[in-house]
Structures are given as structure tokens and as C-alpha cells.
Write a protein that binds this ligand. Sequence first.
Ligand code: 2X7
Ligand code: FE2
Length: 308
Amino acid sequence: MAASPPAGSGRILAGALAPHPPHLVYAENPPQNEPRAECGWENLRWGYERLRRNLDKLDIDVIIVHSPHWKTQQGHHVLGVPAFKSLSVDPIFPNLFRFHYDMKCDVELAEAIAQEGAGAGLAMQVMRNPDFRVDYGTITSCQLARPAWDLPIVAISSSRVYFDYNNDVGDRQMVALGRATRRAVERTGRRALLLASNSLSHRHFTVEPEIPEDMSQERIYHHGQYLWDMHVIDLMKQGRTRQLMAEMPDFIEHATSECKDGSLSWLLGALEFPDYPAEVHAYGTVIGTGNAVVEWQPPEHAVKGAVQ
Ligand code: 2X7
Ligand code: FE2
């Protein structure tokens, strides 16, 4: 970043649940991705288009993304190198995602998040390895929310706390990390967009169709998980995010949800548990997993005429 904005003037302009199935990037055919697709998963991709139209009206200067696919064993890590350029290959779907990324990072804000998190008793690390390969969850959510790659990123890892302890301990840490993120944004004067990169229900097919984008093969995997997804989305639409947090440990277990990696709990903590309605842009499955594109714009700086 050029000059640092005045301290204390920062705020979160918007937050989004921005799921990262690499299939969505594959289906869009951006020049950075090597494989070519005919089409696919339009419902979700058009939902992302609506999200982008809303976000483009905001004066955002940084994107902070929490990704389930940068898994760190010891605490929560943030990227602390000014730029990364390399090839990201999805380990499960190398046929769909071979993406040449070139991204800038906001190291000052990353360090502020690490400081605020440590001050709240969390184990925090700043990742300083310039050869580090950025995970596909971070890249996919950023590409779908802001394909121009014109803003610096802060990427936050998914610590194993849910797996080492339990869902309640995991959620408590992620809410604390969300609040630490908010304090860091305010202290450093940033105007931030926050992306929680996870899917909702996460049971998926074990055999890929011969043509990955053959939409006659895409469907809800399990009715019980679908009902959970609808319930969770309904709570978001009603602004009942405290109830959503209370039910999160059960949702994670019953729907094998990717929320177990903490991204959504982090976002809700950072947004101080919105009681205003979320804007749900899309819901759809990708290899049977449930994915929703959801936007929260705090009412004090919501854009008039946003696409609803
Ligand atoms: O990482 C993912 C995911 N969360 C959901 C669907 C398909 C692929 O990758
Ligand atoms: Fe994932």
C-alpha cells in the first residue's frame, strides 16, 4: 500500500460467505486457469456476479479471506510477504484447477491481526516464506469475488482447533479471531471486505462425472443435509446469527459442514453477529456439497440501489 490511512478510521464495509469450489473458476474460463470448460454451475456463478456488482459500488481497499484449505497445526497464521506469484493446482481436481496467480498482500494489516489475536490469547504466526504456495480456497474466493486482483489480500489459515478439541472450542477461538480482525481493521484505518471461504454441507460424490460440467449429474446429495443448509440460510436471512452460532456445533456434525474449518464463525464474530438480513445471492451444489453466496453490508454504510 502507498501511505497508511489514519489510524482508528477503519471499518468493515462488507462481509461475504464466498465458497471456493474450484469448479466455479473452471466454468468461468478466466485466462489464469489452464483447463477450459463449456459452462456449468450457473446458479452459483450468477450469484457471484450479483455479489460483485454490489461490492464494486464500495470503496474497498483490502480483502481479508479465511480459507479452509490453508490448514495449520499450531495456531492461526497470516500471510506476511508483500507478493506471491506461482501456479496453484487443486490436489483433488488437477483437471479443473491449474491457476496462475499473482497477488499482493497487506503485510501491515496482517501483522496487526496477528498482534490483536495474540493480545486476545490466541496462538498467532506471521508466515514469512516467500516461496509459500497459496492455497486454492484463498485464490478461488478472491477470484470469484474480485477477479481484477487489484486489491491487496490478507489470508488467514484454518487452525486445527475444532479437530484437536471440539466444535465449541473451535467456534470460541474463531469468534475471538474475528473480533481481533475487526479491531485490526479499525486500528489501521482500512476499508475491508471479509470473505469466509467455506461451503455449508460438505458430503460429496466419490466419483466424478465423465464431463465435470455435465449438469445432469449435479444434485443435492442428501436430503437431511439440504434441510440443514436451508435452515442455516433462513437464519441468515432473518438476521438471527446469534442463533446460528448457537446451533453451529450441531450443524457442523449433522451436515459434515466445512464450517468446521472456522471461516463462517470468524466472519460472524468480525461482523458482531449481524441482526440485519443477509442478502442471499445463490445456493447450489457442487459435486453434491451445499454452497451459498451470501452478503452482509452493515446498514450504516450499505449502498443504496444494491442488487437485491
Ligand atoms: O474444496 C472444495 C469444496 N469445499 C467443495 C466442493 C468441491 C470441491 O472443493
Ligand atoms: Fe473446500
